[in-house]
Design a protein around this ligand. Structure first.
Ligand SMILES: [Fe+2]
Length: 214
């Protein structure tokens, strides 16, 4: 498992102090970005941790967008529920995240599944990692992962690189599928599977505290 550099780990502890995290969340909550729903269920709420002068309202929808010249894409994320998709996804850019409150479990391809291509896209052969308040994680744009469980009180400080590496998508049977195609297929029912959690996931979840959601 990758250990984050000491400086980032110290910063993560400072940011997760209630007096600090409360201020950050309060500051950001007056700067809304759009919320994400999956299957009509709230998945994530997002706000900008960016000064007002670097933001402008979206002309049609009214949420705020960062002006193109502003170099940082820092946001507060409230992760309300786990990724319900049965496949790993990647991101358009690399990122670093700081867990301010709550915690979550993330699954990603393990060493074993990397060695055996038939297991690679299979989440039940993946490696499970738990992120608690006060910890930090980083990932390249190409890193496959999925949040398998979350404490519904999870707030993170999400710092995304401004450099778009590629279009993001989902890993289906070893093949990357563009997110738009995947979501369209999902609406038509062709990627619907039950994402059953193995018992070991549930044990880790219990360690995250009460009130978790799958
Ligand atoms: Fe993700």
């Amino acid at each position: 498992m990758k250990k984050e550099p000491l400086g980032w780990r110290i910063l993560a502890k400072v940011l997760a102090r209630p007096s600090v995290s409360r201020r950050l969340i309060k500051f950001a909550q007056s700067r809304p970005y759009f919320d994400i729903y999956k299957d009509e269920k709230l998945y994530m709420r997002r706000w900008w941790l960016v000064p007002s002068f670097a933001l402008a309202p979206h002309p049609k929808h009214g949420w705020l967008e960062v002006k193109p010249w502003w170099p940082f894409r820092w946001r507060i994320h409230h992760i309300v529920s786990a990724d319900s998709d049965p496949h790993y996804h990647d991101h358009q850019s690399g990122y670093r995240t700081f867990i301010l409150t709550g915690g979550y479990c993330e699954v990603s391809p393990s060493k074993i599944s990397t060695r055996f291509p038939s297991l690679y896209s299979n989440m039940s052969a993946g490696q499970l990692r738990t992120f608690r308040a006060g910890s930090t994680a980083s990932a390249k744009a190409t890193a496959w992962h999925s949040i398998s469980a979350v404490n519904p009180q999870t707030y993170t400080l999400f710092c995304m690189s401004t450099k778009q590496v590629h279009e993001w998508g989902f890993l289906v049977e070893g093949v990357k599928v563009h997110w738009r195609t995947y979501i369209q297929a999902q609406k038509m029912g062709s990627t619907k599977e039950n994402k059953e959690l193995p018992p070991e996931y549930k044990a880790r979840l219990e360690a995250l505290g009460k009130g978790y959601k799958q």
